[in-house]
Design a protein around this ligand. Sequence first.
Ligand SMILES: Cc1cc2nc3c(=O)[nH]c(=O)nc-3n(C[C@H](O)[C@H](O)[C@H](O)COP(=O)(O)OP(=O)(O)OC[C@H]3O[C@@H](n4cnc5c(N)ncnc54)[C@H](O)[C@@H]3O)c2cc1C
Length: 448
Amino acid sequence: MDENRVSRLNKAGPVRGPVVYWMSRDQRIHDNWALLFAQELAIESGEPLIVVFCLVPEFLGAGSRQYGFMLGGLQQVEAALRPYRIPFHLLEGAPETVVPKFVRTLKAGALVADFDPLRIKKLWKDKVKRDLRVPFFEVDAHNVVPCRLASAKQEYSAFTIRKKINRLLDRFLTGFPPLRKQETPAPENRPVDWARAAASLTAGPEPAVAEWIEPGEKAALKALERFIREKLSGYAGTRNDPTAGGQSGFSPYFHFGQLSAQRAALETACSEADSRSKEAFLEELVVRRELADNFCHYNPAYDSFDCFPDWAKKTLDEHRQDPRPYTYSLGEFESASTHDDLWNAAQLEMVRKGKMHGYLRMYWAKKILEWSPDPEEAVRTAVLLNDRYELDGRDPGGYAGIAWSIGGVHDRPWAERLVFGKIRYMSYNGCRRKFSVDEYVSGIQSLD
Ligand SMILES: Cc1cc2nc3c(=O)[nH]c(=O)nc-3n(C[C@H](O)[C@H](O)[C@H](O)COP(=O)(O)OP(=O)(O)OC[C@H]3O[C@@H](n4cnc5c(N)ncnc54)[C@H](O)[C@@H]3O)c2cc1C
């Protein structure tokens, strides 16, 4: 594999002992560069490889919907590693305590983690690093072009990062070597008690589990195959119509790392779908998704007003005192009690299904700006609801999407108007011109 996917997080010299892969963002066994790198390291040093996942009882407001999906996938990771004779351990508690303790107890020789641009994951790694006396590596297993390499700074827009990604695409958009059966015996461990692990979480029973999507790597690969066979042709024409079912529905799989975006890109590139749809899908899958990672990696304020570009802060400041035709509280937004049937339906789609259509996510967030007392509160409301209800919430795609909608991130100034200033506006009638609002609203109302 290309060694530029790998970063050294500390300076510890070589130590003999098993290699530990601390799986976090990339929860799959195939097409996973971090796992492949850890295995390579283990084979080179004649030591066994062990995979651990660290389960924390509370994570950025995730509820049983998100935890249930994740644990379902991890259960499959444990089972899928068994034929490869690679043990899987579920650690419970704060990573900064349990990961270094596991490394010490096992007398491990190296720790490998996967890349994640979110603040909390960076903080975990910083703290783990302090107590670690063995080499600590980080591998970007999530992006086709490794985030640190694609660009060394926050990119201004899709236009500026596209060129940088495209320049490196041939080098990084390669096939994956297979995972190998482990030859060096690893210390035995007991199977994970998944029911007990689930009971240890503090998340309540709401929001309900999403029924439309099955968790895990196997289901994700099947969904990929089905999408390419049945839906990819036509994606360019249908993806922006919430009544057409044209989107892939992969974002929960990508968020939990149950599907590799690189695998999806490889299969898309060699499919026989029409080239306009292939291009449109790859633009979202690679350029927009990796732009979101770039944004969160280089802008640690990614979920607040502070991350907005100067022109957007200025224009929003100038319009703070503008009269708002409607203002709603968090509770009114959450219970879908606004005057707008389209907005309410989009909110209900998210609450009931755990996935709002992509086109409506923009409308939804922009209306939260229009109907909140100030932009700071608008961002807080959007982030809180998005992370509470979306199955793919707490993702760079969400933080970038909200910052784009409310704060002009990756966008440019538009014609000035009340409340929005120069932030791009979206209207109810504009949606009516694009798709059948009535059909969408009645479809959502019929969901139980
Ligand atoms: C206000 C707002 C909130 C959002 N919240 C989230 C979120 O919480 N989690 C999340 O993953 N995405 C979020 N997005 C981005 C995007 O809407 C979703 O990724 C997409 O709708 C997911 O559905 P899909 O997988 O069926 O998409 P498809 O259209 O099938 O696209 C395939 C993949 O491309 C990527 N992608 C598509 N659109 C975007 C985009 N605009 N930005 C970045 N990547 C993209 C995703 O990884 C997606 O799975 C948000 C966008 C906005 C405007």
